[in-house]
Design a binder for this molecule. Structure first.
Ligand SMILES: NC(=O)c1ccc[n+]([C@@H]2O[C@H](COP(=O)([O-])OP(=O)(O)OC[C@H]3O[C@@H](n4cnc5c(N)ncnc54)[C@H](O)[C@@H]3O)[C@@H](O)[C@H]2O)c1
Length: 339
């Protein structure tokens, strides 16, 4: 008799990171319940494409619903691992009236999830997707987990509040929780508001694009498969109450990334440098030595290889779209006139 597969819940499963993670968990032999409400931050059709191969798997069940509205306790019954990826992401949009959305989808949704797992006996670990944004402009680079968090954006404040909620539920109810602080993630399915996606899109369309600031700001960009691997390692080790930086290993400026993209695409970028955006940290750099020591995490994909893969994916998406559009034009052209 075949053993029943362990149940894993991934919130935000239709998103960039959640969809990749769910695919890997299925490959690892788990049964995945994916939850997503298709928030309107970017098009639903993009998220449906993210889910395409998952929906074809017998080891995946998809629940369309808002974490704050669905019966989470019922969905979580029997779950061994929970990966909490659902959130309102994006630093720049978190000012003004939109802050309400960040409060709702980050702080309130995380608190409801924590309430729903606090008596869940089957749970071995909840892994929370936090962000380098909690550091703000850190005093030391590369930055270790011991640095004092001082976010410079309302988004970062909400992610830090979520971390504190995780700690409170871990201390008071013994919920086993591991926190991973992701450093700017890229690769296939990257969110359309993110820099690399915008740069590649504009360059393939031979359009000018905007870089905020002088482009000399640096990041520790992390390729998607490294992020997924860090999650799987955290699941297997389940070190409750621990926090880990998850970065990509190379510190590089935005201008240098654009030079690399020019080489890959064979096109000289047309850049409009504009004002620095409030909420952006100037540099973020991950010290991943603790994740290496405790989890065995070592980033594998270097920036050049990762960019090449994201370009290939974005170009193939554009070609797919163009093919669909030209087919529909041909269909309309051969259709009989209505009069
Ligand atoms: N992408 C990055 O560079 C990055 C960096 C640091 C941290 N993170 C964190 O990683 C996680 C995933 O980010 P992403 O880039 O994949 O974002 P994403 O927007 O692609 O995915 C998030 C998903 O969560 C869903 N969602 C939001 N609120 C929900 C709710 N109340 N109920 C149900 N579903 C809801 C959205 O519809 C979306 O599909 C987020 O928690 C984000 O804060 C991302």
């Amino acid at each position: 008799m075949a053993l029943e597969k362990a149940k894993v819940v991934v919130t935000g499963a239709a998103g960039f990171i959640g969809s990749h993670l769910a695919e890997s968990l299925i490959r690892e032999g788990y049964h995945v319940i994916g939850i997503d409400s298709f928030t309107n931050y970017y098009p639903r059709t993009t998220k449906e494409l993210n889910l395409k191969s998952l929906l074809a798997s017998p080891d995946f069940d998809f629940i369309e619903g808002d974490l704050l509205e669905i019966d989470l306790a019922a969905l979580l019954r029997g779950a061994r691992y929970v990966f909490h990826e659902a959130a309102q992401a994006g630093v720049r949009g978190s000012w003004g009236d939109s802050f309400e959305i960040y409060m709702r989808n980050n702080i309130f949704a995380t608190q409801k999830l924590l309430e729903s797992v606090k008596d869940l006996r089957s749970l071995s670990c909840l892994i929370f997707a936090s962000s380098s944004s909690i550091y703000g402009d850190a005093e030391k680079f590369p930055t270790s987990e011991k640095a004092l968090p001082k976010p410079v954006s309302p988004y970062g404040v909400t992610k830090l509040a979520c971390e504190h909620l995780c700690r409170v539920y871990q201390k008071s109810f013994g919920v086993p929780i591991t926190i991973l602080r992701y450093f700017t993630v890229y690769g296939p399915r990257q969110r359309p508001d993110m820099a690399f996606y915008r740069f590649i899109k504009a360059m393939t369309q031979k359009r000018q694009f905007t870089v905020y600031g002088n482009g000399e700001q640096t990041r520790n960009f992390t390729y998607i498969s490294d992020i997924v691997e860090a999650n799987i390692l955290a699941m297997k080790n389940s070190p409750s109450g621990e926090i880990f930086n998850i970065g990509g290993g190379t510190q590089i400026s935005v201008n240098k990334v654009i030079r690399l993209l020019e080489g890959i695409l064979g096109y000289k970028a047309s850049i409009q440098y504009s004002d620095w955006q409030k909420g952006d940290a100037y540099h973020t750099g991950a010290d991943v030595s603790y994740a290496k020591h405790k989890l065995g995490y070592v980033p594998k994909i270097n920036i050049k290889e990762g960019l090449q893969k994201q370009v290939e994916w974005q170009v193939s998406r554009i070609e797919e779209k163009q093919m669909k559009e030209s087919k529909s034009i041909r269909r309309r052209a051969v259709a009989k006139p209505k009069y």
